[in-house]
Design a protein around this ligand. Structure first.
Ligand code: ADP
Length: 449
């Protein structure tokens, strides 16, 4: 089967990103959109566009029946889900495949396994990935929790098996708090995910978030494309990402890279994936695997020269990966700034009319965005409106170029996170690469006085 017409089940910058890769491969695109997105750039540029429902995502971008109908009506032979929305919905992947449409993503059973955190951890452990010390699986009684906690040592973290976005997570400082915090985590998880299964992990005090990009062809061949450091986070949301990580040396990269590619090869993983680790004192600890393309994938593209969306489409089409591990070279440094329509320091959302827009340019500057002057940012979706990705031969050069590029960006009419990024790029700790997942919130707290 050769893909000739690709339906993009997403919106915004990622829909555009996928459209671009498809057109460069000679593949037609079908945009699906809500009524709120009729004027969006991904709709304007696609070869075909179909409205699938009202603004609420639950009735449009998450509406499985409407998306499948759109694929059939438009004659699309493949669906790319982007990130978010239906991208990690194993049932949707199965429905797509049952309709003889190519699913541009991992095998449904792998999406399902990695979507359950207890199951994901068990699988990762069996595949030889280093885990955060903790319970072997779900914890059902208080006595069991107390025993595990005493063994791994306080502070411990209670986590929800169905968790996401940091919800259902509680840090337990000592044994006297275990009972009440475990109850709270359970009821929060029950309310948010309809599942009160929890497990225990050692709470790491000051780790970095370092993730590896992997790719498999579904037949046992797998590669890695190095790491991304996404330690700069607020409320578990990534703000700025860089590759390579300022703290990893070539030897560690090679060792961990070999470990993750062997794991992917052993499970015959198909498509793009990201294996997320916390990193502390030179040790890696698996936290989760994302079975999809990530927001921050362009920093990997910048330092490897590999088009990750093109690889996803090739693999889904039954072709081999276009690069071998030994052909992948990590060159230079790349940083991505996520630009959101929100107040830079209070983070209050700021949707509305974009009155003027000018994207930064010049050598090694990439802007992935669906913005244009006169576009009205709808209030219904994620606040990310652009990604600025800058490359430099060295980290210092990359930072200088990024400062210059941020000065050039014009987005008028709404508030954006550009002032936050400008401020961060003058902070000595950031310039030195010396920051953990706690850094940004501490900095924001100090700044707020
Ligand atoms: P979610 O799916 O809810 O995002 P993750 O397991 O990915 O949950 O964890 C989200 C974030 O919580 C991590 O990026 C990290 O900042 C923090 N975290 C998770 N596990 C630990 C741990 N064992 N110790 C310290 N922080 C943790």
């Amino acid at each position: 089967m050769t893909i000739t017409r690709l339906l993009i089940a997403n919106r915004g910058e990622i829909a555009l990103r996928i459209h671009r890769a498809a057109h460069e491969m000679g593949i037609e695109t079908v945009a699906v959109h809500s009524t709120a997105d009729a004027e969006a750039m991904h709709v304007r540029l696609a070869d075909h566009a179909i409205c699938i429902g009202p603004p609420q995502a639950s009735e449009s971008y998450l509406n499985t029946a409407a998306i499948i109908a759109a694929a059939e009506i438009s004659g699309a032979d493949a669906i790319h889900p982007g990130y978010g929305f239906l991208s990690e919905n194993a049932q949707f992947a199965e429905i797509v495949e049952a309709h003889d449409i190519v699913w541009i993503g991992p095998k449904p059973e792998h999406i399902r396994t990695m979507g359950d955190k207890v199951e994901a951890k068990r699988t990762a452990g069996a595949l030889g990935l280093p885990l955060v010390p903790g319970s072997a699986g779900a914890i059902s009684t208080f006595d069991e929790a107390a025993e595990v906690a005493a063994e791994i040592g306080y502070p411990v973290l209670v986590k929800a098996a169905s968790g996401g976005g940091g919800r259902g997570m509680k840090v337990v400082p000592g044994p006297e708090m275990l009972d009440s915090l475990m109850r709270q985590a359970k009821s929060e998880a029950k309310a948010a995910f309809g599942d009160d299964t929890v497990y225990l992990e050692k709470y790491l005090g000051n780790p970095r978030h370092i993730e590896f990009q992997v790719f498999g062809d579904g037949r046992g061949n797998a590669i890695h494309l190095g790491e991304r450091d996404c330690s700069l986070q607020r409320r578990h949301q990534k703000v700025l990402e860089e590759a390579p990580s300022p703290v990893l040396n070539a030897e560690d990269r090679e060792r961990m890279g070999a470990t993750v590619s062997k794991a992917m090869s052993d499970m015959a993983y198909r498509g793009a994936g990201t294996i997320e680790f916390l990193w502390e004192n030179g040790e890696f600890y698996f936290i989760e695997m994302n079975t999809r393309l990530q927001v921050e994938h362009p920093v990997t593209e910048a330092i490897t020269g590999v088009d990750l969306v093109r690889e996803q489409i090739r693999i889904a089409d039954g072709k081999a990966l276009s690069v071998k591990q030994e052909e992948i070279e990590f060159k230079g440094h790349a940083i991505e700034c996520r630009i959101n329509a929100e107040d830079a320091f209070t983070f209050a959302p700021s949707p509305g009319l974009v009155t003027a827009y000018h994207a930064a340019g010049g050598m090694h500057v990439r802007v992935d965005s669906g913005l244009y002057a006169g576009y009205r940012i709808p209030p219904y979706y994620d606040s990310m409106i652009a990604k600025l990705i800058v490359y430099g031969r060295t980290r210092e050069g990359c930072i200088m170029r990024l400062r210059r590029a941020l000065e050039e960006m014009v987005i008028d009419g709404v508030k954006t996170s550009i002032p936050l990024h400008k401020a961060l790029l003058h902070e000595p700790d950031i310039l030195n690469g010396d920051y953990s997942i706690k850094w940004l919130e501490d900095w924001l707290a100090r700044r707020a006085g």
